[in-house]
Design a protein around this ligand. Sequence first.
Ligand SMILES: NC(=O)C1=CN([C@@H]2O[C@H](COP(=O)(O)OP(=O)(O)OC[C@H]3O[C@@H](n4cnc5c(N)ncnc54)[C@H](O)[C@@H]3O)[C@@H](O)[C@H]2O)C=CC1
Ligand SMILES: O=C(O)C(=O)Cc1ccc(O)cc1
Length: 369
Amino acid sequence: MRTAVVVGTGLIGTSIALALSRRGVLVYLDDADTTAARTAEALGAGSLEMPAGQVDLAVLAVPPASIGTVLARCQRDGLAHTYTDVASVKVRPHEEVRAAGGDPSRYIGGHPLAGAERSGPLAARADLFEGRPWVLTPSPLTDRSALNRGLELVSLCGGVPVLMDTDAHDRAVALTSHAPHLVASMMAARLEHAEAEHIRVSGQGLRDVTRIAAGEPALWSDILTANADAVADVLDGFAKDLERLIAVLRALPGAESEARRAAAADLQELLRRGNRGHARVPHKQRSQPAEYVAIPVAVPDQPGALARLFSTVGEAGVNIEDVRIEHSLDQPSGLVELLVESTSVAGVRRVLDANGWTMREKPLLVGEG
Ligand SMILES: NC(=O)C1=CN([C@@H]2O[C@H](COP(=O)(O)OP(=O)(O)OC[C@H]3O[C@@H](n4cnc5c(N)ncnc54)[C@H](O)[C@@H]3O)[C@@H](O)[C@H]2O)C=CC1
Ligand SMILES: O=C(O)C(=O)Cc1ccc(O)cc1
């Protein structure tokens, strides 16, 4: 693949664009929100100029409900030879592609099983997909060349391709992603009005269980609407277990000893089932464990300051793997931590220094989990 367009330069689109650019693909960026597109460009993800001719692949990284119309528009404009998307559901986008009059032979559905609870290009990282499953959903109408292009995309991004049909995909992710998201949200919602004193004594377990509840509600309601039945089926089973669990917990303290023993046994069995399910969760794998270093830079609270910082680093030929921003209210500057590969630190510090940026001295070593 020599050229690609990424439509939708948020978390996933910009991560794909960064990965492709690093592998020498010429990437063009397009987003309805020009700030998102400009930020992705400043991160080194690609160019905002539109290609002169047809590109090899267009990756649609827009919300699920927009895939059909965006694909139909891109195909009408003859933007690319082949098209793929990254939406978290697959049945509905495939239907919409047909309904919107798109050419299904040059479209292959896709879904990388990697992401984050954050949105937007600033959360993107080039190695997001390394070692992660990436589902491709060829239909009987999909051309062989489109499937091959999809496989090439997955490989360039370091993902592990998994071929599935759209129904099986949507049922699988209802169990492994969509229902868990709602369970995390429901648990996190318990905290909304909890006493601050109680929340103060939270440990890592609460963070683990609620992390994904921070996801963007608009995107998640779009995803859940498109897979509502399959998610409701998973939650039906969950609700039955929950009902049983509540009855067991109520029976534990006051019951006669025989009933108490039975309730304790039930409780243990529910917990053991949890152990057995947890043992089946695949562990995160990365092909090359990365070691990043955070460079803390003081950035003035002025329009365009972040973009200037990113371009300075981009001009040095260094990829920013991640960015954290510490906003200090009422301060004339904020602290931005640029995460770069450890081998690039000296070069980045030199170029930032030469361009007048102020850095904190001690870099933080960031272990990749
Ligand atoms: N967030 C995650 O962890 C994952 C998300 N996905 C899927 O990836 C897709 C994108 O999600 P994120 O990157 O998280 O969202 P995001 O909100 O970070 O980015 C979406 C981008 O699409 C742009 N956009 C929306 N409609 C558009 C249109 N009609 N034309 C051009 N640009 C448009 C938005 O301005 C935004 O910049 C979704 O389909 C989602 O289901 C897949 C795997 C993981
Ligand atoms: O944040 C996480 O750990 C995720 O699992 C993110 C995620 C969100 C949506 C997807 O369709 C796939 C992955």
